[in-house]
Design a protein around this ligand. Structure first.
Ligand SMILES: NC(=O)c1ccc[n+]([C@@H]2O[C@H](COP(=O)([O-])OP(=O)(O)OC[C@H]3O[C@@H](n4cnc5c(N)ncnc54)[C@H](OP(=O)(O)O)[C@@H]3O)[C@@H](O)[C@H]2O)c1
Length: 353
């Protein structure tokens, strides 16, 4: 079926959005579900883990508005059931490390392709949003970003009207960068800076990315078949962002500079052992080989790319509210009274217990 402006806009206008959000149990998922629920949409949440994985999402809507559905990403029929009653599919499935069960290719490419194929066959899915990653490219040094690029290509082949979102590194309360850095710095007293921390990137507030996804559903189909690069308003080096983290948690910034070859060597054993030992290995934290490889090149929004402005969003600056969650890493716990003290000129206030 070829989707025209009317076939898209009318069902969404008349019957409202019924969205199946794959990957809703993750970090970005909770913000997407919250914003969809806030505008009155019904949200179907396929989950594969235990009941706890989606419990927080049910509170975001009225009774019956958020519908968890058990599914198996390798079972086509369970995916078909999850999308059967929807008119919108959003794919947030992704993982930045491999496990014994799932490789980058399957999670970030093949699953996306399968969802797009099933959504096309369904006939009533008018919008498909594929969340990829900034820097996705067949020539990236990162296998994850190469898999993301292949995923985008396959999705567009199966569902040419799909909208591709490429967010930069996500920042927010549950993020996997500032929380990990802060935890590492608290435990070890320093932060390793890979390649001197000079790589440039454009971290973005998670709420802005969720808003971009939801706004792309509100248009009259203009975002269909388009790719958006969603980076924050400011360009940081890794070192700049680490300085902001240290300032917020009020710790003296101490770094250990790790040249890329040494960082890669330190992160390699997990990758080498992954499929050779008969038990699961710990989840990589800061020493994630693929992420270290990705850091060897700058990752910025391209000059002529469509971005937040095209979806009528002004992304937040990271300093301030978006990174305030880091106060819980201050000595003695959070000190929310500090803002007043800082205004009075004393940043070195005693923490409140
Ligand atoms: N976080 C970032 O900084 C960042 C930056 C750029 C792009 N992205 C992309 O944005 C999307 C959402 O990111 P996120 O930070 O919200 O990721 P996340 O917190 O890791 O959540 C990922 C979601 O994907 C699901 N998933 C992972 N592996 C799966 C598998 N093998 N089978 C089925 N489901 C699986 C997870 O389900 P379970 O809960 O069952 O594990 C979870 O719901 C991903 O595609 C990610 O690659 C993220």
């Amino acid at each position: 079926m070829v989707l025209s402006k009317n076939t898209i806009y009318e069902p969404l206008q008349m019957f409202g959005i019924v969205a199946t959000v794959f990957g809703a149990t993750g970090f970005l998922g909770r913000y997407v579900v919250q914003q969809l629920a806030k505008m009155g949409s019904q949200v179907l949440v396929p989950f594969r883990g235990c009941e706890d994985s989606h419990r927080h999402l049910k509170l975001m809507g009225d009774l019956g508005q958020i519908v968890p559905m058990n599914y198996n990403p390798r079972d086509v029929n369970s995916i078909k059931t999850a999308v059967a009653k929807s008119n919108v599919v959003i794919n947030l499935i992704g993982r930045e490390y491999e496990t014994r069960n799932y490789g980058f290719e399957e999670v970030n490419h093949q699953m996306a392709e399968q969802l797009a194929m099933i959504s096309k066959e369904h006939g009533g899915i008018v919008r498909f949003i594929q969340v990829s990653a900034l820097g996705a490219s067949a020539s990236s040094p990162s296998r994850l970003l190469r898999a993301k690029a292949a995923g985008e290509e396959s999705v567009l082949k199966e569902f040419p009207e799909a909208t591709i979102m490429r967010p930069a590194t996500l920042i927010g309360t549950e993020d996997r960068i500032l929380n990990r850095w802060a935890m590492y710095a608290k435990n070890w007293g320093f932060l390793p800076l890979f390649g001197g921390g000079s790589t440039k990137f454009q971290p973005v507030y998670v709420v802005d990315v969720a808003a971009a996804i939801v706004n792309s559903l509100k248009d009259d189909g203009t975002s269909m078949g388009k790719t958006y690069e969603l980076g924050g308003p400011d360009i940081y080096t890794v070192h700049d962002l680490a300085e902001m983290m240290f300032e917020t948690i009020r710790e003296y910034p101490r770094y250990v500079n790790l040249p890329f070859p040494i960082a890669k060597a330190m992160a390699s054993p997990r990758e080498m052992l992954l499929n050779k030992v008969p038990f699961p290995l710990p989840t990589p934290s800061i020493f994630n080989l693929d992420q270290i490889k990705a850091l060897t090149v700058d990752n910025l929004v391209s000059e002529n790319a469509l971005s937040f402005a095209d979806l009528e969003i002004k992304p937040h600056k990271l300093k301030g509210y978006p990174t305030e969650f880091l106060v819980c890493y201050r000595k003695g716990g959070p000190s929310f009274g500090s803002t007043v003290s800082e205004k009075m000129g004393s940043a070195d206030v005693a923490p409140r217990f």
